[in-house]
Design a protein around this ligand. Structure first.
Ligand SMILES: Cc1cc2nc3c(=O)[nH]c(=O)nc-3n(C[C@H](O)[C@H](O)[C@H](O)COP(=O)(O)OP(=O)(O)OC[C@H]3O[C@@H](n4cnc5c(N)ncnc54)[C@H](O)[C@@H]3O)c2cc1C
Length: 465
């Protein structure tokens, strides 16, 4: 039965009635602040009517019933740090900010799972389960702020994806609110489950376009006992790629194997001087983890492989402080690039690993052609590269150059059997390219799934397609 709140077409008042006045924002300034995310796009014509901080599933369900009845768009938002315009209110409507649904409901050590609300910050989850000697591996580099709901929305990855997989590999059950307010569970807390279709995976990476996640059951694994980190420098990019291949063919799976190019090294060094070697073409950050007693042998073997593939200097770490120094330098890459120009646009393309050198060289050529300052880094083990492009988006010439470069970047990745995104998603930033990237029958099937779950197109409209 539809109650009076739901019938009334005054969005702000209805939201206040459902969630409480203290959990609703509606002034122009507040709404303007929510018209952007980390993508650097703000369009004053694309602004929400209300921002709501729901406190529980029942409220989300009521909000969706109201939105469904009145055909009002709803955009779920976690920390808003995505870089593909995935939570911009393209058609206005209601923004659901999950910052106040941030409880860790259960950590189940015996069954290796944890139940969380979508506003839990990823690092908080990692720290909480670490106390039980457990590990939640997905670690986007901004894990200190980004939240579980957003990482489910995008199936976020991070440095540890090479060994451990990305968010999609750790989500086993979701409580989702569908577009008409129906509450549904997609899976179970069993470690194995083939009871029907894998509905959970349908929602992971769906960018809030199929349903709103109000609870997630995440799989945990035992915490690795120890870690070792090193930074190996090279005079040629080709040698970094050969090193990665040889490490893998020696049956070693590093927990992290990331590439940092010379521009990134120079930029980090000018921002956060930490002794990185600015005259080298590239560096590999390699981390291994596991039982302490096995690590030394693997560490020595990797050093031997790096040297055999012409690494000209290897920075090893024998204390926690030295390890942290290597990690801080790597994690500073985005912030450092932000010093070069008013804006930084982070792109994200992925190719089969054998094409990594062609991809990186091709990106350099494209960015040189369009005169764009670019720092390239990424998860070389996964074939996933992030060009961080520093520019002034207010400058029409630079903006135009960037748009051309972006188009060529995606064409390059697709020509190398790659994809438009390894971990950052499509949002509205890449949607114009999706037809080129997908089998038309697959795309058609996706559109039908969208129609089934969201017949009125109110869930995060204007994203993916
Ligand atoms: C400096 C920096 C470093 C980054 N490093 C990485 C990295 O290493 N790896 C990586 O993969 N990404 C990275 N990112 C991209 C992004 O931050 C991550 O993907 C992150 O996990 C997104 O989380 P968020 O909480 O900010 O989500 P948001 O940006 O708020 O949302 C992301 C998507 O999820 C949807 N969503 C949010 N909550 C819900 C919900 N409850 N139900 C349904 N859908 C929902 C949103 O509608 C949106 O489509 C980085 C970004 C920055 C700025």
């Amino acid at each position: 039965m539809v109650n009076t709140i739901l019938k009334e077409k005054n969005t702000v008042k209805s939201m206040e009635d459902i969630a409480g006045k203290e959990n609703v924002l509606s002034s122009y300034d507040e709404l303007y602040a929510y018209s952007t995310d980390s993508t650097n796009i703000t369009n004053p014509d694309e602004i929400a009517e209300a921002v709501v901080f729901p406190l529980n599933t029942q409220q989300v369900s009521k909000i969706m019933q109201y939105a469904y009845l009145n055909s009002i768009p709803v955009v779920a938002r976690a920390a808003g740090t995505n870089v593909c315009g995935a939570c911009l209110p393209k058609k206005g409507g209601i923004i659901l900010d999950f910052a106040r649904m941030n409880k860790i409901i259960e950590i189940n050590k015996n069954n290796l799972f944890c139940i969380v609300e979508p506003g839990v910050v990823i690092e908080d989850l990692q720290k909480a389960v670490e106390k039980f000697d457990l590990f939640y591996p997905p670690d986007p580099s901004n894990l200190k702020v980004s939240m579980i709901g957003g990482s489910i929305g995008l199936s976020s990855g991070g440095p540890h994806t090479f060994k451990y997989g990305s968010t999609k590999d750790y989500i086993i059950d979701l409580e989702v609110v569908l577009s008409d307010g129906t509450v549904m569970h997609t899976g179970s807390s069993c470690s194995k489950d083939v009871t029907g279709y894998n509905m959970t995976q349908l929602f992971v990476g769906s960018e809030g376009t199929l349903g709103i996640v109000t609870k997630a059951t995440v799989k945990l694994i035992p915490r690795p006992e120890a870690k070792r980190v090193m930074l190996a420098y090279y005079d040629s990019l080709e040698d970094t790629s050969k090193t990665v291949n040889e490490i893998i063919s020696n049956l070693i799976t590093p927990s992290v194997i990331d590439l940092i190019d010379q521009n990134t090294i120079k930029t980090i060094e000018s921002f956060y001087p930490c002794g990185m070697l600015t005259d080298k073409a590239a560096a590999l950050l390699i981390e291994i983890d596991g039982f302490k007693e096995n690590l030394d042998k693997q560490y020595e073997k990797i050093i031997e492989i790096c040297k055999r593939n012409n690494s000209s200097y290897i920075q090893t770490a024998s204390t926690k402080e030295e390890e942290e120094k290597i990690w801080v330098s790597r994690r500073s890459s985005f912030g450092a690039t932000a010093k070069l120009a008013p804006n930084v646009v982070t792109e994200d393309v992925v190719v089969p690993r054998e094409h990594i050198v062609e991809l990186v060289n091709g990106i350099k050529q494209i960015c040189d052609k369009y005169n764009l300052k670019t720092c390239i880094m990424g998860h070389i083990g996964d074939g996933n590269i992030h060009p961080n492009i520093a520019l002034d988006l207010r400058n029409p010439a630079e903006l135009n150059n960037f748009k051309q470069a972006k188009k060529e970047l995606f064409e390059l990745a697709l020509s190398l059997n790659g994809r438009l995104s390894g971990e950052h998603g499509i949002g509205c930033e890449k949607s114009e390219f999706i037809e080129k990237a997908l089998d038309p029958n697959n795309l058609n099937c996706m559109k039908q799934i969208k129609k089934l779950f969201d017949p009125k197109n109110i869930l995060n409209p204007g994203k993916i397609f």
